[in-house]
Design a protein around this ligand. Structure first.
Ligand code: GLN
Length: 537
């Protein structure tokens, strides 16, 4: 199914942040894709950073990386996981990037002597970025999620830009506004006033929302829905309840039950041809709700109190669990607290361990102690990026006998730099966007655990790191039993290491978690979870 003119859906949020705009956008996208429409989702972020690549995970959670090497907001991960399609640089735009483009144009003299202003120059650039998505590929729907909350100073140019776009696009655009309907326990009531106020704020900016999605912890009564509709000028069937769910993966079903896709189609003058079945999605949900077995694995990292820092990893674990009809509990292990003495106790009863990506030396020795223990005790191990680098350091120290082995990221003076910068990285001085980023091909050796998982020799995976396996140590490490299971043949870089004598010991320089989706769970995560299940039985 395809429609002649691209339809634009703008998603705004009111009352508070963290209402789940990303999940609602992804759920609506999923419902529309299931109807055969082509859909892409874009996020506009109102901060001045060019991208979140330079932000601490404490500020921003995980930085998601696209095939084309963009460092983006973690919501793009949800878009890819729900829609099972790829996003790109154009799917995430920040205020920093908008201003950078406008200022560069001003320096080139492109504005021909005019005074450069927020309106029209910044708003025009925002509009250009929204429409840019349909220039490279034809989409039936472009869903644009506007970060932040209406009323924020930062979001104003975005709100004005989409107001203008709606005026230009007429019937081919609509607004969805997410709000909160809080429950006041003392009054025993759900309250609609914050919703009314946030719609008023939107109205002041010239925007009348077409659909309201009301986040709530208790079901909205018919009376309450009618009241919201009446006070906010929306149709009664355009008041959609978004009740707290146990899993984000239930939200597409909840939105379908509430008729979100139906009302979107109606408002955009498209025919509603009955409910979509969501067969695969429901099967996936059934598996995660009714697993045949349960295991617990460890995730060793340094942002333990901040689970969003490892969002794609925890989602990839859920996807792989469903394939194996297994509920996978994750025990978070703070790498900074682990040493050779307490490691056994901390890893007790775990069926396998993932050692997470990371930057800087905080927690690195704990990661190395963890890997030593799991290597010696034959516990399934999956090392991702810094996790793989830590495994190389551990092997070099404890098997090869290079007691000073390290990454030059942690110790510039190490006598055995088994992980080091390659020459092109040595010349880099700027921090933003200068790592090895995005998709690279990797060739996998036959007969390895990785080959068994992928069932193919050539793969493409996404990267985000500066340091690499140092090839000077390759022959000695191989002689000592470390298997180089995958390499980038173009640059001769080691991408996968394994220990063939161990039940499942795989370290990857790339980030497989970015490519795991509900419909295509990642082969390495599936392989790892299978190994954990075998270890458990
Ligand atoms: N800090 C390491 C590097 O830059 C690993 C990065 C990561 O784990 N993503 O190479």
């Amino acid at each position: 199914m395809s429609i002649s003119k691209t339809k634009y859906i703008f998603v705004t949020g009111g009352v508070t942040s963290s209402l789940g705009k990303g999940i609602i956008s992804a759920s609506l996208g999923k419902l529309l894709t299931e109807r055969g429409y082509s859909v892409t989702i874009q996020k506009l972020d109102p901060y001045i950073n060019i991208d979140p690549g330079t932000m601490n995970p404490y500020e921003h959670g995980e930085c998601f990386v696209t095939d084309d090497g963009a460092e983006t907001d973690l919501d793009l991960g949800h878009y890819e996981r729900f829609l099972n399609n790829r996003t790109s640089q154009a799917n995430n735009v920040t205020t920093g990037r908008i201003y950078q483009t406008v200022i560069q144009k001003e320096r080139k003299g492109d504005y021909l002597g005019k005074t450069v202003q927020i309106i029209p120059h910044i708003t025009d650039e925002i509009k250009r970025r929204i429409k840019l998505l349909s220039e490279t590929e034809k989409f039936d729907f472009i869903i644009t999620e506007i970060g932040g909350t209406v009323g924020d100073i930062e979001a104003l140019p975005y709100i004005e830009a989409v107001r203008q776009l709606k005026w230009e696009l007429e019937d081919n655009a609509l607004f969805i506004h997410l709000t909160l309907v809080p429950y006041l326990a003392a009054a025993g009531e759900l309250k609609t006033k914050p919703t009314q106020h946030s719609v008023k704020t939107l109205l002041e900016a010239g925007i009348q929302p077409d659909i309201l999605v009301c986040r709530t912890e208790k079901s909205l009564t018919n009376d309450l829905r009618r009241k919201i509709a009446q006070f906010c000028n929306v149709d009664r069937d355009a008041v959609i309840e978004s009740i707290d769910a146990n899993s984000i993966y239930e939200v597409p079903i909840l939105m379908q039950n509430e008729g979100l896709d139906k009302v979107v189609l109606k408002k955009l003058n498209l025919r509603f041809t009955g409910e979509v079945k969501l067969k695969n999605w429901r099967k996936f949900l059934h598996e995660i709700k009714n697993p045949n077995q349960e295991i617990t694995i460890g995730l060793t990292g340094k942002y333990i109190e901040l689970k969003d820092a490892y969002k794609s990893i925890t989602e990839a674990i859920i996807h792989a669990g469903s394939v194996n009809s297994c509920k996978v509990n994750v025990k978070w292990i703070d790498a900074e607290k682990i040493n050779n003495k307490n490691v056994a106790n901390n890893l007790k009863n775990l069926s396998g361990v993932i050692v997470a990506p990371g930057f800087g030396d905080r927690g690195i020795e704990g990661k190395i102690s963890t890997i030593k223990y799991i290597r010696e005790n034959e516990i399934p191990f999956f090392g991702i990026c810094l996790g793989m680098q830590s495994a190389v350091i551990e092997y070099s120290r404890n098997v090869l006998g290079l007691s000073d082995a390290n990454s030059t990221e942690m110790n510039t003076k190490t006598s055995a730099p088994v992980i080091d910068l390659i020459n092109e990285q040595k010349e880099v001085s700027e921090k933003g966007g200068t790592m090895r980023l995005g998709a690279y091909k990797c060739e996998i050796k036959d007969g390895t655990r990785s080959f068994l998982a992928y069932k193919t020799n050539i793969i493409s995976e996404r990267h985000r790191h500066r340091y690499e396996f140092n090839n000077e140590y390759r022959i000695n490490l191989e002689k000592a039993g470390l298997k180089i299971a995958g390499i980038n043949t173009k640059n001769n870089l080691v991408e996968i290491i394994e220990i063939p004598t161990h039940p499942w010991f795989v370290g990857v320089q790339f980030h497989p978690e970015y490519k795991s989706t509900v419909e295509n769970p990642h082969p390495l995560f599936c392989g790892f979870i299978q190994a954990c299940i075998s270890n458990n039985n």
